[in-house]
Write a protein that binds this ligand. Structure first.
Ligand code: TXA
Ligand code: MG
Length: 345
């Protein structure tokens, strides 16, 4: 493991990491969303190694990370006008676009698809690493398949130590949820995975946007268009429920539930705002800040889920948020963690 300060980058360490990638090895690195597990995206063997290290099904495609817009032309067959507008607005940053791919991108990287997902991250360590590695880094989140995405190096070590060649510690991820994925091969563009870049932000930029109906499980027939969204993800070992409603009702409901769970000898946990936490008594209470502060909530979700597991929490309640704006991504991730169990009061 090597610690690198984003504001005072150790170029020698990044060159060494870049060399590992060029030689077909794997390096975990920070991005502004979550930590990534990087390999050379144009080397089919590297992509196969990524799947093996994560224990991930190899039909689940990887996002190709680039460090400058120019690189896009080497891997995307077609760059529509809406994509240009979105890139102007949100790159570098937490947005991934899906394009038709060029032949240079191996099918191992795209899970056999004829499209490629591309992201230009804003994190400076990530960008310099991508440059040093030759310019194209395939990087899924650096967790074991089915575990929450890592938002700090400690969790990358927990999941990947001994399985990969190097881990770069670049502090806490500033966003905490994975990038928004937008398919620009269809009209209007379609959000396949909600994230920090919200539907409203996309709409304001390109006029109209669709949301893959499978994102919130609204379509029983059609599978999600981002293959990874169909896997059970982020599920804590405890039995988790989302709770939404007016403050007083939520307080009354949770006090009763927590008391019952306690009586039956279960370890209880709650993920909520400081306002709600004041009124509750549980074995483990994790707060994110003020009610409605969705940026703060996004940052703590994955850490909280991992901590509940580490503490053997058996019953978990999480305070729901709006499904609007950044709340859409939060409810998507929390909903998956809870197996879509939502109590509305
Ligand atoms: O913020 C992020 O996007 C992080 C950081 C490391 O950049 N990466 C990340 O990668 O979340 P991963 O592999 O955990 O999730 C990628 C998602 C999966 O759901 C996958 O199915 C989808 O992107 N995806 C990748 N390529 C695709 C394609 N060509 N078409 C549709 N979905 C695609
Ligand atoms: Mg992932």
């Amino acid at each position: 493991m090597v610690a690198i300060d984003e504001n005072n980058i150790d170029h020698e360490a990044i060159r060494e990491a870049g060399l590992i990638l060029r030689q077909g090895g794997l390096v975990a690195f920070p991005t502004e969303t979550v930590y990534g597990l990087g390999g050379d995206a144009l080397n089919p063997d590297s992509s196969s190694k990524i799947y093996a290290a994560k224990g991930r099904p190899s039909d689940n495609p990887l996002i190709v990370h680039i460090c400058e817009r120019l690189s896009l032309n080497r891997i995307a067959a077609n760059v529509p006008e809406v994509a240009v507008k979105l890139m102007d607005a949100f790159w570098p940053g937490p947005m991934t676009l899906v394009f038709d791919k060029k032949d240079i991108v191996p099918k191992e990287t795209t899970g056999g698809l004829s499209t490629v997902a591309v992201r230009l991250p804003s994190n400076k360590i990530a960008r310099e690493l991508i440059r040093e590695s030759g310019g194209f880094v395939a990087a899924p989140s650096a967790n074991q398949s089915g575990r929450p995405s890592p938002t700090s190096c400690q969790y990358v070590v927990q999941d990947m130590d001994g399985r990969i060649d190097m881990i770069i510690d670049g502090k806490e991820s500033v966003i905490g949820l994975e990038s928004t994925i937008i398919d620009v091969t269809v009209t209007p563009p379609m959000i396949l995975r909600p994230g920090y870049i919200t539907a409203k932000m996309v709409e304001d930029t390109v006029g109209s946007v669709a949301l893959d109906p499978a994102v919130f499980g609204e379509s029983d027939k059609k599978p999600p268009r981002a293959p990874g969204m169909r896997y059970r993800h982020y599920a804590p070992r405890g039995d988790m429920t989302l709770v939404s409603g007016t403050h007083d009702r939520v307080v009354a409901y949770l006090r009763e539930k927590l008391a019952d769970d306690r009586l039956s000898g279960k370890r209880t946990g709650v993920l909520c705002s400081t306002q709600l936490a004041k009124h509750l008594d549980a074995d483990s209470i994790k707060t994110y800040g003020d009610l409605g502060d969705e940026e703060a909530m996004a940052k703590v979700i994955y850490r909280a889920l991992r901590e509940f597991d580490d503490e053997n929490t058996e019953v978990i309640y999480a305070e729901a948020t709006t499904g609007e704006g950044l709340g859409q991504a939060i409810m998507n991730r929390l909903g998956k963690a809870a197996g879509n169990k939502l109590t509305v009061l």
